[in-house]
Design a protein around this ligand. Sequence first.
Ligand code: 3PG
Ligand code: MG
Length: 401
Amino acid sequence: MNKKTVRDIDPQGKRVFVRVDFNVPLADSKITDDIRIRAALPTLKDLLDRGAALIVASHLGRPKGKVVPELSLKPVAARLEELLDRPVRMLSDCVGPEVEAAVKAMPPGEVVMLENLRFHAEEEKVDEGFAKQLASLADIYVNDAFGAAHRAHASTAVMAKYLPAVAGLLVEKETEMLNRVLESPERPFVAILGGVKAKIGVLENLAKKVDTLIIGGGMAYTFLKAQGKEIGGSVLDEENLDLAKRILEQAGAGKPKILLPVDVLVTTPEGVEFKPSIKRVEGAPIEVVSSDAIRADRMGVDIGPETRRLFADEIKGAQRVVWNGPMGIFEIPEFAEGTHAVAEAVAAVEGLTVIGGGDSAAAIEQMGFSERVTHICTGGGASLEFLEGKELPGIAALEDR
Ligand code: 3PG
Ligand code: MG
């Protein structure tokens, strides 16, 4: 990475503001997955070991500038306390006199957690005064919030102006892994993309680098449609239909090879309930059909068995894999087999395997393959923008090496 990191600073006796992404899933105020908290521990422990006092700050959910008690970081502070095995003092806000008083006399080794940054609209409005106020709490700014690095917000992209500003170890590791998977010489290089939206920017950037592009999940239907096929009630990213056509035309010239589903699992559009939570409507039909034969009254929900074999065979021969997005509605067990088959095939690859965050990370964890891949990103949106070749504002703002 061309940015300074915590290795380049001496935090002894300093108050260090660490922006983390502790935007963790909660159910009834209970954390259901603490990976993002654990992923920040190396940075936090390193700074504490070297005599810093820590001001830890994050957003949680999308409270839109209002205090939403259910989105308090209190349960997160409690979990951090357990993981760090030392007290973490939860403050009631992230700016203001109480916070200023609390951080003023922090001795080395003390840890405070600020309340949800997004309780203030200024955070997302990228308010300079707010960024300055946050910066005034500390001597050094560390950004370790990889999952929020694609957001240009006050605490991610502006505070760096007012303090010595370096990357944390998680941000360093994530960018190194993503760079490695994009730039290493090992071939064949296979990219697997799924999920609902046609990730056109990512596709365009990866198409230049990979040997094979495997397209599954919701976005595959936009490509099937671009080939002139009936997709019934399957998800369509209308806006990107022309771009999908263009990518297919380019692939017609041979590089990269593009694999699309040859068969799919379908149900009726009424066969899946998305709200309040995703579930299959009992009794709804499940059929395997050729991707040439999707009926107008059907909706694709997973790749079919032949496609599972096709994709797995291709992945098996890879030396380098990047995967982002599930192959189907994997939250529903009946529609998870495609994602499972891909996860299993990726886990069996000997070479470098990097999993983008979000749903594919959740899937690989849920399916028990986490230990068998090289790296799982902690940021879905952030890793996607990175794969698109974009510079992430949270990283761009930091000091160059
Ligand atoms: C995430 O979980 O995607 C990050 O924490 C960023 O959150 P956001 O999408 O609400 O900006
Ligand atoms: Mg997001």
